[in-house]
Every structure is written in structure tokens, then in C-alpha cells.
Ligand binder design. Structure first.
Ligand code: CP
Length: 328
């Protein structure tokens, strides 16, 4: 693995999940692999889980870690090429990325979309320029469009729970990604990414959202045309028989960055969860209680959000291990 930007960087998803579960069982077994190697974590946006879980993963592998909130602690950064830099930006991303690459063997970058211009956001300029200029492997800590470390943790969580339930041989879980209301304008990165990973996993995958909340079809269908997510606009219909309910808000992709609905009827409640096959409740966190999901669901034993967050360590750990194995 050279970089980790999306599911497309993974050769064999099932094998990666299996290896992550081995890392979880024996977290210090590869303590030597990261010796004298440094991971740089560069944040242009806030984080709790990604920041701490990725540090913990690196420590488990014996790596040193440097963390920088580049947006607050660094020089104001220019990202466009050929610009006359006589304004507020004191440093170009070309030098910034190249310099960080001198200090670190691997760099993680978090860069959210601005949600003003779809083409600009979906070009993932910051992440791609880090890949172009850093000279070392880059992992996404959530880009404008995708959050692969989260999706891998989600798949690890689904796999370990499904396998522990001793399902009927050959059966596969029904996994439902549901839009939920939120007062703020949020990116599409988590649902885009979750969809990409689910489409390549052995699950029956359904997305439910109000009309006009369709995600970019590049993420809800396979490139070969060999599969696509089932989209159901009726949330209660979609919930029927589900084994996993994954809630997330996102702003509109079509009417880019707009909130089209704040319909409170889409909040996840026990009344909806009883329609499912005693589904586990998932959310990437942070989550707004009683806006996205009712307390009764989040505090129920079927809520697995903390297990999901814990598995962020092992998704990062297996990815770092794979990249470290390629370094001399
Ligand atoms: N789920 C997730 O990425 O959490 P943070 O934004 O806190 O890192």
C-alpha cells in the first residue's frame, strides 16, 4: 500500500479486515516495525477520534508521532499554483508538504470541504497536493469527499459483530445507511466512503434519505456497473429486517452544500429500531443527541458507537502497518 486515500488503495478488503482483527487481538505484536519511524498528523479541521486513535495506532507499532493543527499553528497557506502571494498566505502548500515530508516517513492529512463549490471540493486539492509534494506516503484522515479510516473501522465492527452472532452459513447482514436531521451543513465524506466500502463487502446494502439527498453516483455504484446501492426514500420501509443501522447527516450533493430538509421525523428512535432485526446502531461520532438519534437508541445495549470508535485504532494500525512494510 503506497497511500491510503480510498477503498481503491486496498488490494483485498476481507484480508485487511482480518489483519485488523489480528492487530486488535495482539496490538503490540508489531512493535518493532515502526521503530525510528515518525508519523506526522496534519489537521486543518477539528478531531477527537481520528487524532487520538491514529496516534495510539502508531504508538502500538512503535512509531513516534508529531501532530500539528496546521490551520491554527502554521503559516497561512496558499494552495493554488501560479499565484502572486502578496496577500495573507505566507507559505505555499508545495513547500509546506515537502518540508513535512523531510521530518516524517508517513503523513496523515485531514482537510474538510468548504461546501461552497462542488467541483473545487471534489478535486480534493489539499490532499492531492500533499500526495504530489510530500515525497512520502500519505493517508487520509478525512478528505473533502471520503473518510476511509472511518469506513474501515465500520467494516471491522460489522464483521466482528456479525461473526460473533454465528449467522446462518452463507447469510449476509442487511446494512442500512440512513440520513438523519442536523442543524449544520455537513460534508458527504462519511456516507460517500461508507457506501464505497459496503459495495465491496459481503452485505446487503441500502441507503435511505429524503428525495434530493442523493449522493454522488460515483460512490453509490461500482465503476464496472456491476453493483449499486439500493436507495429507498421511505425510511421505515428501509429499516425493515435491518441488522445494522448507520445514521449520518449530510448536506445536499445536488444542490451543493445546502440543507434541503431538517425533517425531525428522520431522527432515529426506538419506534423505528423495532422495525429492524434487533439492529445494532452505528454512528461515526460526534453525534447530536435527540437531533440525529434519540437518547433511548444511543444508550441502548444495541448501540455500538463506542466499539466503532475503538476500532478506529485498528483500522489505522493495519493501514500504517501495511505502509510501513513497503518502506525500506
Ligand atoms: N469520526 C471521526 O472522524 O471523529 P473525529 O472527527 O472526532 O476525528
Amino acid at each position: 500500500m503506497k497511500n491510503f486515500i480510498s477503498v481503491k488503495d486496498v488490494e483485498n478488503i476481507d484480508q485487511l479486515v482480518l489483519e485488523a482483527l489480528i492487530e486488535k487481538k495482539f496490538p503490540f505484536a508489531n512493535k518493532e516495525i515502526g521503530k525510528n519511524k515518525t508519523l506526522g498528523l496534519i489537521f486543518l479541521n477539528p478531531s477527537l477520534r481520528t487524532r487520538l486513535s491514529t496516534q495510539r495506532a502508531a504508538q502500538n507499532l512503535g512509531m513516534d508521532v508529531m501532530v500539528m493543527n496546521l490551520d491554527k499553528e502554521g503559516w497561512s497557506m496558499e494552495t493554488k499554483d501560479g499565484v502572486l502571494m502578496d496577500g495573507s498566505a505566507a507559505e505555499h502548500i508545495k513547500e509546506a508538504a515537502a518540508v513535512i515530508g523531510q521530518y516524517c516517513e508517513i503523513i496523515g492529512v485531514r482537510s474538510f470541504p468548504k461546501l461552497l463549490n462542488r467541483e473545487e471540493d471534489y478535486s480534493n486539492e489539499v490532499l492531492n497536493k500533499f500526495i504530489q509534494y510530500a515525497g512520502v506516503p500519505v493517508i487520509s484522515l478525512e478528505s473533502a469527499t471520503l473518510h476511509p479510516l472511518q469506513s474501515l473501522a465500520d467494516l471491522i465492527t460489522i464483521t466482528e459483530i456479525w461473526n460473533s452472532q454465528v449467522p446462518t452459513p452463507g447469510s449476509r447482514p442487511k446494512v442500512v445507511l440512513t440520513w438523519a436531521p442536523h442543524p449544520k451543513i455537513l460534508p458527504q465524506a462519511v456516507p460517500n466512503s461508507f457506501s464505497e466500502w459496503m459495495l465491496r463487502s459481503n452485505v446487503d446494502f441500502v441507503i435511505t434519505h429524503p428525495e434530493e439527498y442523493e449522493l454522488d453516483a460515483r460512490f453509490t455504484s461500482l465503476p464496472s456497473g456491476s453493483g449499486q446501492a439500493k436507495i429507498i426514500y421511505n425510511q421505515e420501509e428501509a429499516f425493515k429486517g435491518a441488522d445494522f443501522i448507520y445514521a449520518k447527516n449530510w448536506s445536499s450533493y445536488k444542490e451543493y452544500g445546502k440543507i434541503i430538509s431538517q425533517d425531525k421525523k428522520w431522527m432515529i428512535t426506538n419506534k423505528k429500531m423495532v422495525l429492524t432485526n434487533q439492529a445494532k446502531f452505528m454512528h461515526c461520532l460526534p453525534v447530536r443527541r435527540n437531533v440525529v438519534v434519540a437518547d433511548e437508541v444511543l444508550d441502548d445495549p444495541n448501540s455500538i458507537v463506542i466499539q466503532q470508535a475503538k476500532n478506529r485504532i485498528y483500522s489505522a494500525q493495519v493501514v500504517l502497518k501495511k505502509i510501513l512494510q513497503t518502506l525500506k
